[in-house]
Design a protein around this ligand. Structure first.
Ligand SMILES: Nc1ncnc2c1ncn2[C@@H]1O[C@H](COP(=O)(O)OP(=O)(O)OP(=O)(O)O)[C@@H](O)[C@H]1O
Length: 259
């Protein structure tokens, strides 16, 4: 199988307001793709279409060569994991409860409860994400950055083949932001995931993403590696700002001009 997510001529409007116009995307298995572009260009809308939270007006979305419309909800939930940008909790759940929610799609039936395997996966992910000390804490008592890691843990215990993340680093300090990028990249490199992340930080994208998709005006303007796409000309065309690109070893580094 060559591609994990294939989007063909996807168009989407909110109340006749066209947001995505014949968008084509082909994301291969085992890649970490960053979706970038100006505010309001439709990045989150694109993710929501891929997650089937929104129905396209036109076009086809295939997940692992199968039309998304043909998936049973439970199979889609096992295949696609999602880390939202913001999430609030209305229920008094502990961190552990929230993480276990990621295993629900794998339960044989709701009477069976969680298996030994479920417990092991939850324990492993909690350890890898360094969440042990928060385990029994009410999730609402965590800071924004700590809670973002819990949301990543919930998505990882789901063991999805494809993980979609919507600006997971926007509320995080640089340490947490680097950690989320490193962990996502680590799981992709280990062959456990295909990663698709909406993000704004060009330099984080350059450091960790294999591929970039630039969206603008409802269209995919460019796709390619950060080295190919992060040029002052392309960035000026997409965002309308001037910058220098510094070669930072393996990846480009964007230095914006002061306005
Ligand atoms: N439920 C909705 N109803 C109507 N318009 C919406 C709705 N959700 C989003 N929009 C509009 O659709 C456009 C695309 O929004 P979207 O959130 O997909 O953009 P984005 O690229 O993710 O933006 P940002 O970078 O600011 O997060 C925006 O103009 C937004 O105001």
């Amino acid at each position: 199988m060559k591609h994990n997510v294939k989007v063909n001529k996807l168009s989407f409007s909110y109340n006749n307001n066209n947001i995505l116009n014949e968008v084509n995307i082909d994301i291969k298995k085992g890649e970490f793709t960053g979706i970038l572009g100006p505010n309001g260009c439709g990045k989150s809308t694109l993710l929501k279409n891929i997650l089937r939270y929104l129905q396209p007006e036109n076009g086809v979305i295939e997940i692992k060569d199968k039309n998304i419309k043909d998936y049973k909800q439970k199979d889609l939930a096992k295949t696609l994991g999602f880390v939202p940008q913001k999430s609030s909790l209305s229920m008094p759940l502990t961190v552990e409860d929230v993480v276990y929610m990621g295993r629900v799609a794998h339960m044989k039936n709701s009477w069976a409860g969680f298996s030994e395997n479920d417990n092991k996966i939850v324990d492993d992910v909690i350890r890898i994400l360094k969440l042990e000390k928060f385990r029994k804490r009410p999730a609402f008592s965590l800071s924004g950055g700590e809670f973002q890691r819990v949301l990543l843990a919930r998505a990882l215990v789901q063991e999805p083949e494809i993980l979609l993340l919507d600006e997971p680093t926007s509320a995080l300090d640089i340490n947490y932001a680097l950690e989320i990028m490193r962990l996502t990249s680590h799981f992709v490199k280990e062959g456990r995931l295909t990663g698709i992340m909406v993000l704004h930080d060009l330099n984080l994208a350059a450091m960790y993403c294999d591929n970039i998709i630039f969206l603008k005006d409802g269209k995919v303007k460019y796709t390619g590696s950060p080295t190919e796409l992060f040029t002052s000309e392309v960035l000026e065309e997409i965002y309308g700002f001037k910058c220098e690109i510094v070669n930072n070893g393996d990846y480009p580094y964007v230095l914006p001009h002061k306005l």
